[in-house]
Design a protein. Structure first.
Length: 173
């Protein structure tokens, strides 16, 4: 039971039919973190929105019909959809009066990333297979333990200024 000193209303029962309205947890769209069933459901949800997007913004030539087969395009569309949900279906946030216009600008900035030259003719073409570079993992491990960028001791670029300011604050009166 909640502490009545912190919340006096907790002393009275909740009237029937008035369930407490909890703010829903923010939903994250990390495809690799989803179970297959959730991934399929979310991809279906995204597909409905992408169809709406292609028609509403006349992007049928920019977003190929096989968009769902291309991970980078799926990730970009996912980011656009999540932003669209926050902008159009979220709570009004003070200071965000132009959020819708900002989202539309973001959409237009994303359009080049949604286009796939290989699939521009309307026929899907798989991306080239990724060929691992021999020795890449070992080279990266060696870089981590030997490179100046990863082994140099920490030093703030404005250390002298920070020291001077500290001395001024601690100066005797």
């Amino acid at each position: 039971m909640p502490d009545p000193l912190n919340n006096p209303a907790a002393l009275w029962p909740t009237p029937p039919g008035t369930a407490a309205k909890a703010k829903p947890e923010p939903q994250r769209w990390v495809w690799a973190a989803m179970e297959p069933a959730e991934r399929r459901a979310r991809l279906g949800e995204l597909a409905v929105w992408v169809d709406w997007l292609r028609v509403t913004f006349e992007l049928h030539n920019q977003i190929p019909p096989c968009w769902y087969r291309h991970s980078p395009v799926v990730e970009h569309l996912t980011a656009l959809y999540a932003g669209w949900l926050r902008t159009y279906a979220g709570e009004q946030t003070p200071g965000r009066e132009l959020a819708e216009a900002d989202w539309i600008n973001t959409l237009h900035n994303f359009v080049p990333r949604l286009q796939l030259a290989a699939c521009a003719n309307g026929r899907h073409q798989d991306p080239p297979a990724r060929v691992p570079e021999p020795g890449a993992a070992e080279a990266f491990t060696l870089f981590l333990v030997t490179a100046e960028a990863t082994t140099t001791a920490a030093a703030h670029p404005a250390a002298a200024e920070l020291t001077r300011r500290t001395a001024e604050l601690n100066a005797p009166l």
